[in-house]
Design a protein around this ligand. Structure first.
Ligand code: 4NP
Length: 176
């Protein structure tokens, strides 16, 4: 199962999701054959490590992001990944506009997987204060656990048919 997280710059939210999902999965669901990457829809920071504030907040919770470097979303990502998870609606729209029609059902909002979340988006922390980076981690940890729960039950064919929450405007619960 190949998962791609996507935000704007690939230096705050999506690399956080990449590292959090990878580490929680290694601890809590080592049986799942997961491959996780992240990318940005904009090229402002290509080749850069994650934002210093992101790395500091992540390190306090035990996540080491030092090996990650930002990359731009590529056309071939649409065929390489089973699920492409956007951090906010703006990135979701960008992804949908760039994706071939046949793969659009693989593109979802990451927060759809957060159980009981009252938020549909992981807000952009870049121009905010330190609290924003903590909030990103809180939301990402919750959605990553919900996603893992979904993946434990998903067969490849149902991978894209799974969980939605009231925040995303539909009913919740993994598909049988
Ligand atoms: P991200 O945050 O999309 O979560 O990586 C941002 C990073 C950089 C910028 C905006 C958002 N920027 O405008 O440079």
């Amino acid at each position: 199962m190949k998962i791609l997280f996507v935000c704007l710059g690939n230096i705050c939210r999506s690399p956080t999701a990449e590292i959090v999902l990878r580490e929680i999965a290694a601890r809590e669901a080592p049986e799942l054959p997961l491959q996780v990457e992240s990318a940005g829809t904009a090229d402002y920071h290509v080749g850069h490590p994650p934002d210093q504030r992101t790395r500091t907040a992540a390190r306090r919770r035990g996540y080491d992001m030092s090996s990650l470097r930002a990359r731009l979303l590529e056309p071939r990502d649409f065929s390489r990944f089973d699920l492409i998870l956007a951090m906010d609606r703006s990135n979701l729209e960008t992804l949908r506009s760039r994706a071939p029609a046949m793969v659009r059902e693989r593109i979802r909002l990451f927060m759809e997987f957060a159980p009981g979340a009252d938020r549909a988006e992981v807000p952009d922390p870049y121009y905010g204060d330190a609290n924003g980076f903590e909030e990103v981690l809180d939301l990402v940890e919750s959605a990553a656990r919900g996603l893992l729960q979904h993946l434990r039950h998903a067969q490849p064919a149902t991978l894209t048919a799974g969980v939605t929450t009231p925040a995303a405007g539909r009913s919740s619960g993994p598909q049988p």
